[in-house]
Design a protein around this ligand. Structure first.
Ligand SMILES: [Mn+2]
Length: 268
């Protein structure tokens, strides 16, 4: 882990790993170095304190900002060193990391909020990357169920694959599917391109016709009021080419909302 000591901590949280309930881990984009995670950390310190999807204040959360991993670190090693009972939230870099994290954490269900199905057989000559990892997870039976909410941009082959798959459940409106579809333990993965291009452009594949913040709030609120055990989460695909402050703030807020949901379920 790279502690990034000279940079502000995410939301100024002072907690060590031992003191915290939630461990925040940045994933740099190879082409952005650590700029994506640093911009989010900086922007987080400009946010006010109220959670939108839960009745809590961010400053009450016990979060440890553990710094960044390097882009070739195996998340399995990172997770192996985390004390049990601590919930990790990863943020920043390419969505393919989710594949490795989920393989290590073994939730029964992964809920993915994403503009894309990420279920291509291959993309740019590769079998495993951010556009194919959902298919690889399904083929390898890494989880019992993969719920994808918000997908609106895909090709015919991957959509057919998803329809034929017993593992993948595409939810075409902005709600959680019925309880029977979801297992007891969940991993929540938010690709920021889930949001419409009017809110998020600093992502490799921004897509119009997408969700608004209220759609995201509704889903997060539904999860917060459920009894699912959230074993981990991520907020991915933030690639700041221009470094727009308000978009970095939006990403920071999504991370804090995710943490609030995890904390709220635990506190019940
Ligand atoms: Mn994705």
């Amino acid at each position: 882990m790279i502690p990034l000591e000279k940079h502000p901590k995410f939301y100024g949280y002072p907690y060590t790993i031992d003191e915290a309930d939630i461990i925040l881990i940045g994933i740099p984009y190879r082409e952005a170095h650590h700029r994506n995670t640093l911009l989010v950390r900086d922007a987080s310190n400009w946010l006010e304190d109220n959670s939108i999807s839960t009745p809590q204040y961010y400053s009450h959360l016990k979060i440890c900002d553990a710094g960044d991993i390097t882009s070739d670190t195996d998340p399995k090693e990172v997770l192996a060193n985390l004390p049990k009972m601590k919930t990790p939230i990863f943020f920043g870099g390419p969505h393919v990391y989710t594949y490795h994290i989920v393989k290590a954490l073994k939730p029964s269900t992964i809920i993915i909020l994403d503009a894309h199905l990420d279920a291509k057989d291959e993309f740019q000559g590769e079998k495993l990357n951010s556009a194919t990892f959902v298919r690889r997870m399904a083929e390898e039976g890494i989880v019992e169920r993969i719920v994808v909410i918000g997908a609106r941009s895909y090709d015919e082959d991957e959509f057919q694959y998803v329809l034929d798959s017993q593992y993948i459940y595409p939810q075409m409106d902005y709600r959680l599917p019925k309880k029977e579809i979801i297992g007891d333990t969940i991993y929540l993965s938010i690709d920021i391109d889930f949001l419409d291009t009017s809110y998020i452009t600093e992502t490799p594949y921004p897509e119009a016709w997408g969700a608004g913040p209220n759609d995201l709030t509704n889903i997060l609120r539904e999860i917060s009021q459920s009894k699912y055990k959230v074993v981990g989460a991520d907020v991915m695909e933030y690639l700041p080419r221009r470094g727009l402050h308000h978009e970095a703030k939006t990403v920071a807020r999504i991370i804090l909302e995710t943490a609030s949901v995890i904390n709220y379920i635990k506190s019940k």
